[in-house]
Design a protein around this ligand. Structure first.
Ligand SMILES: *[C@@H]1O[C@H](CO)[C@@H](O)[C@H](O)[C@H]1NC(C)=O
Ligand SMILES: *[C@@H]1O[C@H](CO)[C@@H](O)[C@H](O)[C@H]1NC(C)=O
Ligand SMILES: *[C@@H]1O[C@H](CO)[C@@H](O)[C@H](O)[C@H]1NC(C)=O
Ligand SMILES: [Fe+2]
Length: 464
């Protein structure tokens, strides 16, 4: 155990002492009394440097990468060229200025009403080694640009890895603060829980333009490490007034996912394995009841999870199943009814969601005994249940959801209406350290943390 871990555990022991001594009968949650500084939730102006366009004719912009296969030996590199299609070529290699290998991608463009997109490139770079730093170059001549990324360790029982979790980011100054704090956290991969650009709050050609600014805004992180995408309601983009009624059009054109590698039939739901984690991405806004493709796929994917290879089972979705904020209250209930029993049967460790613009963490509770005739109406403590964490607090233009249900329900462990992001640092098969970091007057402040004990390997430990 390193000294950082020791210090953390000591801190936790002290914190739980204070915490336990305040509990009367069993569960008691905390509603943080922290009062956030009021900060306007307006989008960053178009001409701000946060959206700066790279120099050079047709220079690649909005560069982002995501995992390209099931096990982390491939990435998909995506970017936009504004002036002409140009090249979809990626050069890459393991040392700077020495690009021994190359791959060829595809290019496409789309319209949304009168908006015409730039040329969107997606290039699969595969056959990579694990645990290796790669440099890559895209674009041509003076306009070419170079970036790098690191591949994850081999999929393995005790492979350590640090994930970040961000949701509902948008493109305000609060979003910028979240993004900068996330980068300071030095995590390796973002688990993104939906609602990306909030471009759909604009009209006509501004929708597309705000997707472009968002792509340039997040590039400082997305060009260097994979963001694992899931879709939220702001990706649906139902615009009958401009004849655009195909859901997820901009989102799907701009973001690819390795869905075929997990035998999914849609980029909106899929799974990947990364280091010691098996990550399942669900779509809150695609059919999920019995017999639908998403339902059938999840049933099969859960059977493929091998906790002896990937001890950590993490699920991402946009709409939380447990939420005690007045905003979006019970919107996740329909999915809870369908999937909760599986999450318990398969011992999911943690479920991350967004949507509600606040932070909340649950105790291990379930409500699987409830049905229309049982009379068991309330969630009950359940050691086999996942922890539910809502991180819809990225900082978009809609502001915070600051009204929580009162009294705080028993399942709710900690809640606070502030902006921020989370990290989950996997130490080994049994231990992971979780943090939620609030943005506080421009500083990154750890505000909620705990050691997550693995659900599958927990029986081999003293009970938590
Ligand atoms: C995992 O790490 C924790 C904290 O460092 C340690 O207490 C525990 O014994 C480790 N578990 C295994 C299986 O190595
Ligand atoms: C894509 O770009 C080509 C070449 O500039 C153009 O002719 C075509 O209309 C564009 N398609 C869409 C859907 O915008
Ligand atoms: C409903 O709950 C009752 C009591 O827990 C149980 O006996 C019954 O089988 C449940 N019905 C369904 C359809 O799950
Ligand atoms: Fe949402």
């Amino acid at each position: 155990m390193d000294t950082r871990m020791q210090a953390f555990l000591l801190h936790l022991v002290l914190a739980s002492f204070v915490f336990l001594s305040s509990i009367r009968d069993g569960y008691a949650g905390i509603t943080s009394s922290y009062v956030r500084p009021e900060f306007p939730s307006v989008d960053i102006p178009l001409n701000h440097e946060a959206f700066s366009v790279p120099k050079g004719y047709n220079a690649p912009q909005q560069v982002h990468i995501t995992q390209g296969d099931y096990d982390g030996k491939a990435v998909i590199i995506s970017w936009v060229t504004p002036d002409e299609a140009g090249s979809s070529h990626v050069q890459f290699g393991t040392s700077e200025n020495n690009f021994q290998a190359s791959a060829e991608g595809t290019v496409s463009n789309y319209t949304l009403g009168k908006y015409k997109s730039g040329y969107i490139h997606h290039c699969l770079v595969d056959g990579l080694e694990h645990n290796t730093k790669y440099y890559y170059r895209i674009g041509t001549g003076d306009s070419s640009r170079e970036f790098w990324f690191k591949t994850p360790p081999k999929v393995e029982l005790d492979a350590p890895y640090k994930f970040g979790i961000i949701g509902d980011l948008g493109q305000t100054f609060n979003s910028l603060s979240t993004l900068e704090h996330y980068i300071e956290s030095e995590a390796h991969t973002v688990l993104y829980v939906g609602d990306l650009s909030y471009a759909d709050n604009y009209e006509y050609t501004d929708v597309g333009l705000r997707w472009d600014t968002w792509g340039r805004f997040v590039e400082r992180s997305t060009a260097y490490q994979p963001w694992i995408w899931s879709a939220g309601n702001h990706e649906i983009e139902h615009f009958p007034y401009m004849g655009e009624v195909v859901p997820f059009k901009s989102y799907l054109q701009r973001h690819t996912t390795p869905y075929l590698a997990s035998k999914s039939s849609s980029p909106l739901w899929y799974a990947i394995r990364r280091a010691s984690a098996h990550i399942i991405v669900l779509s809150s806004y695609s059919p999920f009841v019995k017999y639908t493709p998403q339902f059938e796929w999840l049933g099969e994917e859960l059977k493929r999870v091998d906790r002896k290879k990937t001890p950590w089972l993490i699920v991402l979705m946009h709409v939380p199943l447990y939420n005690s904020n007045e905003a979006n209250y019970m919107e996740g209930e329909s999915m809870r009814v369908v999937f909760e029993s599986w999450f318990i049967k398969y011992k999911v460790d943690v479920i991350f969601a967004g949507h509600v613009h606040a932070y909340e963490r649950s105790y291990r509770f379930s409500n699987i005994d409830y049905n229309i005739t049982s009379g068991n109406r309330y969630p009950v403590p359940d050691k086999s249940a996942p922890v539910y964490i809502t991180v819809g607090d990225g900082g978009n233009q809609e502001g915070l959801c600051s009204r929580f249900m009162d009294p705080q329900p028993e399942y709710s462990a900690f809640r606070e209406a502030s902006y921020g992001h989370s990290t989950l640092e996997i130490i080994n098969r049994t231990h992971a350290v979780y943090h939620w970091n609030r943005n506080d007057d421009g500083k990154k402040v750890p505000a909620d943390s705990f050691v997550l004990h693995n659900q599958y390997w927990k029986p081999f430990l003293a009970d938590m």
